[in-house]
Design a binder for this molecule. Structure first.
Ligand SMILES: CC(=O)SCCNC(=O)CCNC(=O)[C@H](O)C(C)(C)COP(=O)(O)OP(=O)(O)OC[C@H]1O[C@@H](n2cnc3c(N)ncnc32)[C@H](O)[C@@H]1OP(=O)(O)O
Ligand SMILES: Nc1ncnc2c1ncn2[C@@H]1O[C@H](COP(=O)(O)OP(=O)(O)OP(=O)(O)O)[C@@H](O)[C@H]1O
Length: 755
């Protein structure tokens, strides 16, 4: 038999078994790229799969089917394909594999076109280039992620491997599954509001429960969160509910990262509308019913701006949307979010880490529903099991009892060397699981970075070998004059987040010269927080890197700023030098950049930036940071090094204006500038003996720094009237005049005190 025939027969048998079991199978074609495409074409020619249900994810449009580059793999989120082939010869992006693996239908095949397996880990590809962060070169990147990937491919059931060079079938991927037991029939709740047809459309009990949960949107101020791994039928549940609401005359607005992600939702909604309403008009993105109801799609931003035009808003693939967009969608008073828990596949955990709190704080009564039973493919599907393991999609921190009594005296500092992580799957899972759980953006790409990027280091505190706290560190700076000039002139540089911002945005060409270590992420197990472990880990990192042979000039960090986190970093000696001028897409927060210098060169870098920052922050507050939360602004200034801030230099006249408004009949509104300098100085200093309340400080931020008008400030801080608010501002300024005022200011105070 020729090699082609072998592969075609293998693929046929594999596909037949996949169909019988309603599971997926993977086929790895390892070897020469052209040969791989030849075999793949032969396979596709003979499989009973329509070309319209096949997708090639790779750089070239080589087959007659749909084609997408790996960078656009998100388009497949939430869709269902029978065959997806990934061409990984030029590059393998771990995020793309995660995204496509969930989209293959039960009975379908995931085909991987890869170089010879033995040689693959040692080849450097396009993705590796993204890991070669200056001053490191491509040769410094290692191949551990792919070595691990190859091992998992070989070790897992359901994965067939063909060595195209020798023509040998290394594994046939057959699992010979025994027949499955039928699962329980879906049943409606006894007091259902939706028509019976909605429940008859459900395929599992979990899906019927999800539809029942969505019934709660019949009432105002309700939110529903549907959570599930991929392919459990949550989009379909949302679609069935959309159809039921539309046939009852309601307008349902559907949004998702892209219209295609909501295709299943519209399919189900359309089917139900047709069943219930002979005159319904059903189009791919718009459904209208004879009761006057509708289901329509809007892009997320447009949807967020028009929530009031709909009765109900349904958000699909919510985890892939920025937190700020999710928040704007909360303006709808009846809203549901369908979101993926594992297999977040590069979308990050913004939804659960950051957005969950906002949802809880909102006026909505929230109903949660979790779908477990798979629909797209059967439970225990081997390709899902492989993808979870290979990409650590389900990595978790250690279970609570193992770390619950950890404290600074019972833990050990440990370098997490990539080789040790590769050799110890449990350690890797615990460390990566902790990072994933605690952060809004940790993706499969980060697993590859952890194992292969030359600029990254990981450190942990372990209790009896279990990870309790973990930090991911990136080397930054130490850049050549040419690279620094390139950045200064607007060129982009990989990695190097802090030097990049300080150079390109803050116009400091020397910023990339000192060597630094940025704490990219830090997390403590939730069962052991607030015991000083995070601080201990930072202290150990500083000891290790601050004065070894490997010494650095600064430690730094950048993160979505909240008052609590700013306090944590401040307590650990980090000081703010910048706040981003736009909100971070996934965290929805403004980012704070902080430095903790360890040498004179680091100190000089810090000091000049702290001075510039304190100098500009007041102006930013009434401009790009006009919607910064006042408590974040307070915490930001509190974490600036006051020594480095510019001195307060008000003229005698300016002091008379300020003191006149505080103690006499003067007005803040005539000349806000000097008040602004005074407030910045006060918040940065946090001086002893001045005890303003949090509300007074918020007033200073809102009115003096952010220049909000009196009405809105009075309203926000719940003053009875604007004049009461104005008096409160004067009262809050008095202790600042007492503390900082010059003779000219104090003379004003004396004069009015006498009256
Ligand atoms: C670059 C970055 O990674 S920034 C993001 C940091 N990581 C995260 O947000 C992940 C989730 N959070 C965590 O894992 C932990 O809370 C960490 C890493 C921030 C702190 O770890 P811990 O071991 O608790 O630190 P430690 O005990 O030394 O210090 C805790 C103090 O930090 C402050 N703090 C830290 N996070 C918060 C927060 N979210 N809200 C309020 N205060 C906070 C508090 O002052 C707290 O003291 P308290 O509990 O007595 O009030
Ligand atoms: N009630 C249903 N009737 C017909 N097909 C369904 C039904 N529920 C789910 N399916 C099919 O099962 C597959 C998965 O469903 P769906 O897309 O709703 O799941 P999901 O949990 O949203 O998955 P993903 O996270 O990948 O978006 C799809 O092919 C869908 O057409």
């Amino acid at each position: 038999m020729n090699a082609d025939a072998d592969v075609v027969t293998l693929a046929g048998t594999l596909h037949a078994e996949a169909e019988r079991a309603n599971e997926r199978r993977a086929l790895v074609l390892a070897g020469d790229r052209e040969r791989g495409y030849d075999r793949l074409e032969a396979v596709l020619d003979t499989l009973s799969v329509p070309i319209t249900a096949t997708t090639l994810v790779g750089p070239d449009d080589r087959l007659r089917c749909e084609q997408l580059p790996q960078a656009n793999a998100s388009e497949l989120l939430g869709t269902t394909r029978e065959v997806i082939a990934v061409d990984a010869h030029a590059e393998l992006r771990p995020n793309a594999v995660g995204k496509v693996a969930g989209a293959v239908d039960g009975g379908g095949l995931l085909v991987l076109l890869v170089p010879p397996l033995e040689a693959w880990p040692d080849r450097r590809d396009g993705f590796d280039e993204s890991l070669a962060v200056p001053p490191f070169e491509l040769d410094d990147v290692s191949g551990r992620f792919r070595r691990r990937l190859v091992e998992t491919v070989r070790a897992h059931r359901g994965v067939a491997i063909v060595d195209l060079e020798s023509g040998r079938i290394e594994a046939d991927g057959l699992t010979h599954p025994s027949p499955r037991l039928a699962t329980a029939d879906p049943a409606p709740p006894p007091d259902r509001r939706f028509p019976m047809a909605a429940y008859e459309a459900c395929l599992t009990g979990d899906q019927a429960d999800a539809v029942a949960a969505l019934e709660s949107l019949s009432e105002a101020d309700r939110a529903v969160v549907l959570e599930a791994d991929r392919g459990r039928g949550k989009s379909s549940a949302a679609g069935i509910a959309a159809g039921a609401f539309a046939t009852a005359g309601e307008d349902v607005l559907v949004t998702a990262p892209a219209a295609r992600n909501a295709a299943e939702l519209f399919d189900r909604a359309g089917e139900l509308c047709r069943t219930l309403d002979d005159d319904a008009t059903v189009e791919s993105r718009r459904i209208e019913t004879s009761a006057g109801g509708s289901v329509r799609f809007r892009e997320p931003t447009a949807a967020a701006e028009t929530t009031e035009t709909a009765d109900i808003v349904l958000v699909d693939e919510a985890a892939a949307l920025p937190v700020a967009t999710l928040e704007s969608l909360l303006t709808a008073d009846r809203v549901a979010f369908a979101t993926t828990i594992h297999g977040y596949e590069g979308a990050g955990r913004g939804f659960s880490v950051r957005f969950r709190d906002r949802l809880t704080e909102s006026d909505h009564e929230v109903t949660d529903c979790r779908l477990v039973e798979p629909i797209r493919y059967a439970g225990g599907d081997p390709v899902e099991v492989w993808a979870f393991r290979a990409l650590l999609l389900d990595a978790r921190p250690p279970v609570e009892p193992l770390v619950a009594d950890a404290d600074p005296d019972s833990v050990e500092y440990r370098r997490l060397e990539p080789d040790a992580l590769l050799a110890d799957e449990r350690l890797l899972r615990e460390a990566f699981g902790l990072l994933v759980l605690a952060h809004y953006r940790t993706e499969p790409n980060d697993l590859a970075r952890l194992l292969d990027a030359p600029n990254l280091e990981a450190r942990a505190l372990v209790r009896d070998g279990h990870v309790v706290s973990v930090a991911l560190l990136a080397r930054e700076g130490n850049l050549s004059p040419e690279r620094r000039a390139m950045m200064y002139e607007g060129g982009r540089i990989r990695g190097n987040m802090l030097p990049d911002v300080l150079t390109s945005q803050l116009r400091d060409e020397a910023a990339g010269e000192p060597a630094g270590l940025r704490v990219v992420r830090i997390a403590t197990h939730h069962a052991a927080r607030s015991r000083g472990l995070g601080s201990l880990l930072l202290e150990r990192v500083r000891e290790e890197f601050g004065d070894g042979a490997d010494s650095i000039d600064w430690l730094g960090t950048g993160f979505g700023a909240t008052p609590g986190l700013l306090a944590f970093w401040r307590a650990n000696g980090y000081r703010t030098v910048h706040v981003s001028t736009t909100r971070n897409d996934s965290s929805g927060e403004y980012s704070a950049l902080m430095l903790a210098p360890t040498t004179d060169a680091g100190q000089r870098l810090h000091d000049r930036h702290a001075e510039w920052f304190a100098g500009r922050f007041g102006a930013c507050c009434s401009d790009s940071l006009a919607d910064l939360e006042p408590d974040v602004a307070r915490a930001v200034l509190r974490s600036v090094d006051a020594e480095a801030a510019p001195p307060l230099e008000l003229s005698d006249h300016e002091w008379r204006v300020v003191a006149g408004a505080a103690y006499g009949p003067g007005l803040f509104d005539v000349d806000p500038g000097p008040f602004r300098d005074l407030v910045v100085r006060y918040l940065a200093d946090d001086p002893d003996g001045v005890d303003l309340t949090a509300r007074e400080e918020r007033l200073l931020v809102l009115r003096v720094l952010q220049a909000r008008d009196w009405e809105s400030v009075a309203d926000r801080l719940e003053f009875h009237s604007t004049s009461q608010c104005m008096r409160a501002l004067g009262d809050a300024i008095c202790p600042l005049v007492d503390r900082y005022g010059t003779a000219a200011a104090l003379a004003v105070r004396e004069r009015f005190a006498d009256e």
